[in-house]
Design a protein around this ligand. Structure first.
Ligand code: ATP
Ligand code: MG
Length: 204
């Protein structure tokens, strides 16, 4: 049963859509930190992304399911999409802790997103509850991150672990623009996700 997992990864994101950048970061963290499981949690309605219209959570969750199906260590959760109102990472981490008591939690993000958490609510409580794995991402070098962390409590900085992953200059924004403009998205994301996007006419 799930309760036996000792080391649990959480990969949060809008996943609009999920792509190989997310998957490479999650698999890199799984291996580096010997995680028993990585749970992908599509955001319900992220507070920092209110400017653009976000695709229906149902579509984003299905695409995430399609993307993780081939990896036995990967799973998805609807805890954020089922929660009404804004989603805060702190609430998600609390909920995962209740669901898997005793598990060591590793929250996997790109280096850019770690910079955002410094502005999140309850950053100290968050860093007490879990580790943060910050994956390199083109345009967001780890050096940047280290400079920004200089201001926060060293005890908490220890909880943020930088991780090199193969640089994939892929973003969901780029994929949405490509679909809109009729340019290819093949080889940027898993084929079942590509098929889902094209069949449903998403991002047109
Ligand atoms: P958008 O362009 O809409 O912002 P995105 O590609 O940044 O989408 P998100 O869903 O915002 O994707 O990202 C979820 C998490 O995955 C974030 O922590 C982000 O930093 C990380 N991430 C996204 N793309 C990559 C990538 N190419 N390499 C490493 N990490 C990534
Ligand atoms: Mg982003």
């Amino acid at each position: 049963m799930a309760q036996t997992w000792k080391r649990l990864g959480i990969m949060g994101g809008t996943f609009d859509p999920i792509h190989y950048g997310h998957l490479v970061a999650a698999e890199g963290a799984r291996h580096a930190f010997q995680l028993d499981k990585v749970i992908f949690i599509p955001a319900g309605r992220p507070p920092h992304k209110t400017k653009r219209k976000i695709t229906d959570p149902h579509h984003r969750w299905i695409m995430t399911e399609l993307a993780v199906a081939s990896n036995p260590y990967f799973d998805t959760s609807t805890i954020e999409v089922d929660r009404p109102g804004y989603s805060y990472t702190i609430d998600t981490v609390r909920e995962v802790r209740n669901l898997y008591p005793g598990a060591e939690i590793f929250f996997i993000t790109g280096a850019d997103a770690v910079l955002e958490i410094l502005n999140w609510k309850n950053v100290n409580e968050l860093l007490e509850m879990c580790w943060f794995v910050a994956a390199t991402r083109p345009g967001y070098p780890l050096g940047n991150l280290k400079r920004r962390l200089a201001g926060i409590d060293p005890e908490h900085v220890k909880r943020i672990i930088p991780m090199e992953v193969p640089a994939l200059a892929i973003s969901s924004t780029e994929i949405r623009a490509r679909v809109q403009e009729g340019r290819p998205i093949k080889y940027l994301l898993p084929e079942p996700v590509e098929a889902y996007i094209l069949n449903r006419g998403l991002y047109k």
